[in-house]
Design a protein around this ligand. Structure first.
Ligand code: GLY
Length: 311
């Protein structure tokens, strides 16, 4: 049981991948991320639960067309958008999610609804039925930029492993939020349009515990190549190490040393129950930002392979 008032903490990400392609991209991404912190951190301060803050943060990131989730999701090989999202409440240790859902503005909203359901992970058809049941409006998340990228890539016969954003600012992957609330509860949320150009039916790590996991001790959201995240089972690997007594720093150091050894391409953000914050990546860039109660910071200019810890 947790009780009393603790200093809330918040970490968010807008994906991982290759270079931001110049200062213009970097500053625009920084502004986007910091704006989300400025909206969501005060909610935590005012007593919002970690789950509420995570869901709100994910919605805001899903609404930003810069990031590959919700509006601005990348297109799959058949030119369709299929999004996945999950939410994990570390306090109740309950995971919920949706896989390959279309025509919804906020996939995280469906994941949040499913927290209270007996059936907590729904795939495409079931998620669509849920959307109807909840009477959520039909929404088309496609943007001109994503369509252009798909058309360009189609000419190249889809040679890329993963979508990249052609115009600045560049980024790939997902969005994610982890939070510690005033009651000391942790939660993690992750949402994605997937890798881009993938086979129909491919399932993203973002709707699996591998990519999004929380216990009473740590909350973790991952981004990067989903198959690499699944192979490492990254989010539970970190969270359970902390639950079993590792410090968050030691859990990140060990898990990322293994990731380097296995030549993985991804990043992760986390908070533990003491309020420690960690961000790590093997990828070139991790678009992450945090609020530690006193100030905001980000990882946009960290060199490849760097981990950061704030106790
Ligand atoms: N991490 C996002 C994906 O691979 O689908």
């Amino acid at each position: 049981m947790v009780s009393g008032r603790v200093e809330p903490k918040l970490v968010i990400h807008g994906g991982a991948g290759s270079s931001l392609k110049g200062k213009g991209g970097l500053e625009a991404v920084r502004k986007s991320l910091h704006q989300v912190l400025e909206v969501v951190y005060p909610l935590l301060k005012d007593g919002a639960s970690a789950v509420e803050a995570v869901a709100r943060g994910c919605q805001l990131l899903e609404d930003d067309p810069r990031f590959n989730a919700g509006t601005g999701s990348v297109l799959q090989s058949d030119g369709q958008i299929r999004m996945s999202a999950s939410l994990m409440d570390g306090f109740t240790q309950s995971f919920s999610g949706v896989i390959n859902v279309s025509r919804v503005q906020h996939p995280i909203e469906l994941a949040r609804f499913l927290q209270g359901s007996d059936d907590r992970v729904l795939s495409d058809f079931g998620a669509l039925e849920l959307l109807r049941e909840l009477q959520l409006p039909i929404y088309d998340p496609i943007t001109d930029l994503r369509l252009q990228e798909w058309m360009q890539e189609r000419q190249g016969n889809f040679n890329k492993d993963m979508a990249t954003v052609v115009a600045e600012p560049a980024g790939t992957g997902t969005i994610g939020v982890v939070a510690l609330d005033v009651e000391g509860r942790l939660a993690a949320g992750t949402s994605t349009g997937g890798k881009g150009f993938e086979r129909i039916g491919r399932v993203s790590d973002s709707a699996m515990p591998a990519g999004n996991y929380a216990t009473g001790s740590a909350a973790v959201s991952c981004t990067g190549i989903g198959e690499h995240i699944m192979d490492e089972c990254l989010a539970p690997r970190i969270a359970i190490r902390v639950t079993d007594g590792f410090s968050l720093k030691a859990a990140f150091e060990r898990s990322f040393a293994e990731a380097h050894e296995h030549k993985r391409d991804f990043g992760a953000i986390a908070i533990d129950a003491t309020g420690a914050i960690a961000c790590g990546k093997t990828s070139e860039v991790l678009l992450a930002a945090f609020h530690n109660g006193m100030e905001m910071g980000d990882t946009l200019e960290l060199s490849q392979g760097t981990l950061i810890f704030i106790a």
